[in-house]
Design a protein around this ligand. Structure first.
Ligand code: SF4
Ligand code: SF4
Length: 104
């Protein structure tokens, strides 16, 4: 598979594959710059277990078990590999894989 920009120049997308839940601070910067709805905030309990997706506008403390929130890549197939999320992350907790090195 080959990729190119509009003028035909070679370009390799870098797909977001995973976010490290230990180092992510749930700041939301990646979510704000992503045009593809690839990741969402999730609640995490004291043991680091993911409680579920945080729904915008809903005041959900997950029955009092909420410890913190992290960003989770839960729609990875929609990523176009633009790299915008990597540029804004303050914690360097994202893993991106080049399109020519990823399994379809
Ligand atoms: S690389 Fe681009 S499309 Fe993919 S998750 Fe990051 S911002 Fe969204
Ligand atoms: S920008 Fe980085 S630290 Fe902030 S929510 Fe996204 S992955 Fe987590």
């Amino acid at each position: 598979m080959s990729f190119a920009t509009r003028d035909g120049s070679a370009w390799i997308p870098e797909y977001l594959t995973v976010i490290d839940g230990e180092t992510c601070i749930g700041c939301g910067r990646c979510y704000k710059v992503c045009s593809r709805d690839v990741m969402h905030l999730h609640g995490v309990d004291d043991e680091g277990e993911i409680l579920g997706k945080v729904i915008e506008g809903e005041d959900d403390d997950f029955d009092g078990e909420l410890n913190r929130m992290i960003m989770v890549v839960d729609n990875s197939g929609a990523c176009i590999g633009c790299g915008a999320c990597a540029r804004v992350c303050p914690k360097n907790c994202q893993t991106h894989v080049a399109a020519d090195r990823i399994a379809a």
